[in-house]
Design a protein around this ligand. Sequence first.
Ligand code: S3P
Length: 185
Amino acid sequence: MTQTQPIPLHSTNRTRAVFLVGFMGAGKTSVGILLGQRLGWRFVDLDRQIEARVGKTVANIFRELGETAFRQMETEALQKLLHALRDGDPTVVALGGGAFAQPSNRELLESSAARVIYLDAPIDELRRRLGEDDQSRPLFLDAERFRMLYEERQPLYRLAPHRVQTAGKSVIEVAREIESLLGES
Ligand code: S3P
């Protein structure tokens, strides 16, 4: 397969989209950017779209408006994006770590023709990837909350139709694995 050749996806409507979900540090953005480049697809990071729309960083939205307000913005942004993707360009989307944990967002994705892929990794590796002090992630600041959220969300992420284990793999290895997975489905 060449770098820019789109892979065949057999959708019931015209949506050609891949959504990457998973915990903070799973590699959704870095894998998503590379996968988009390899497929010749657009890449969208939903958190960056929210930030551009609201004019605040995610950290500031949490600080100033609270998590509930952020979750509402997230669902609204997802709704708009899925609508735009119906007749839009093929797109790889990185969702924020909490997005797929929300039932309303899972329903939106289920009722679309988008492919949803869970990027899995053990918690120690996620912590290592994120480093010691990531001020941009409000839910990473407290180690105990990070661990509890990870455990709480595992069964929810596993509701995704596809799962790719990323432990010990490079970004390009994960991107290649997703490509072959998409080619087979
Ligand atoms: C969140 C993860 C973040 C961001 C926000 C909330 C979460 O995205 O959406 O801080 O609830 O896990 P990343 O997974 O890209 O860090």
